[in-house]
Design a protein around this ligand. Structure first.
Ligand code: SF4
Length: 301
């Protein structure tokens, strides 16, 4: 008997058996899913995977957990070492938060990642998604884990619309919670749902021909077009994010503090933008100014 799960008010059903059978065969062999990977190492993967493709995270994660396998090992590292190890993953504030998170876990939780959502939410840099992902994937808690991929699959298969609306965490988590099968299967079901959104029910080209779900409201309705305005594709070139990345590259590649003139060479086309980017790095605590007026990665000033 397949495990048929009713979906709240929409009266839709999602066959967990179909999804799990597909995941058994097609789920990616990602190292943070291996048996024996610690909760800390899963937490590190979740920090890195936010808005960052798996292919870019893989080599950095492998190096990171080999170098700093525990919260206390990470906490003992210098801020600058952590920022250097983060490399070009982007959104470097995540590296700073991860370091701060390690410090708190080492000092206040006996070097053990908490296993409940409320305690996880109190840690630096951990939001609703990450707290639930760690509780679910590291400790097999049957909590809803809702990322962009999950929201898209639910919008299509259950709600019959092309894509999810704006995120509404409470509503989205309730919708996914209503889909979860029995507690012992729920964590794997959550991983499978995310994987389906990442590999098959993708934003631009859903591969419905190979989708394991025999029931999909959007497909059955004839793929009605989205009524929401088309989302603009986020560009990177020329943004303040790119300028911040260039400035951090200069500091990462240097053994010590650098002059303002060295930093200025990193971005010459728009000096006001460069100044703004540098200010924001200083405000975020990723860069420090020395008493001699030089600039350094956090912890090296
Ligand atoms: S049938 Fe197509 S639209 Fe529906 S869940 Fe599968 S991939 Fe997504």
């Amino acid at each position: 008997m397949p495990d048929i799960v009713p979906c709240g008010s929409a009266q839709r059903e999602l066959d967990a058996g179909e999804l799990l059978s597909w995941f058994d065969v097609h789920g990616r062999d990602l190292p943070w899913r291996d048996a024996g990977v610690s909760a800390w190492q899963i937490l590190v993967s979740e920090f890195m995977l936010q808005q960052t493709p798996v292919s870019r995270v893989l080599p950095i994660w492998l190096e990171w957990v080999a170098r700093w396998p525990t919260p206390s090992a990470t906490a003992a590292a210098g801020s600058a070492d952590v920022l250097r190890a983060w490399g070009k993953l982007g959104y470097p504030r995540r590296a700073k938060w991860l370091h701060e998170c390690a410090v708190v876990i080492a000092a206040e939780h006996d070097d053990v990642v908490p296993d409940d959502v409320a305690t996880l939410l109190a840690l630096p840099g951990i939001g609703s998604y990450t707290a639930r992902a760690v509780a679910c994937f590291a400790y097999r808690r049957p909590v809803p884990v809702v990322d962009t991929n999950v929201r898209r699959v639910v919008a299509r298969a259950i709600d019959g619309v092309a894509g999810p609306g704006s995120p509404a965490p409470v509503r989205d988590e309730a919708a996914v919670a209503a889909l979860l099968p029995d507690d012992d299967v729920a964590p794997r079901f959550s991983a499978a749902l995310m994987e389906l959104g990442a590999l098959v029910c993708t934003a631009r080209n859903p591969k419905c021909g190979v989708c394991p779900l025999s029931s999909c409201a959007w497909r059955e309705a004839g793929y009605p077009a989205s009524k929401a305005p088309a989302r603009r594709v986020q560009r990177y070139a020329g943004t303040d994010r790119q300028v911040r990345g260039r400035l951090l590259d200069v500091l990462r590649e240097s053994d010590g503090p650098v002059t303002r003139a060295q930093l200025d060479l990193a971005w010459t086309s728009d000096t006001a933008q460069r100044d703004r980017a540098l200010d924001s790095l200083l405000v975020d605590g990723l860069v420090e100014q020395t008493s001699q007026g030089l600039f350094a990665l956090a912890g090296e000033g």
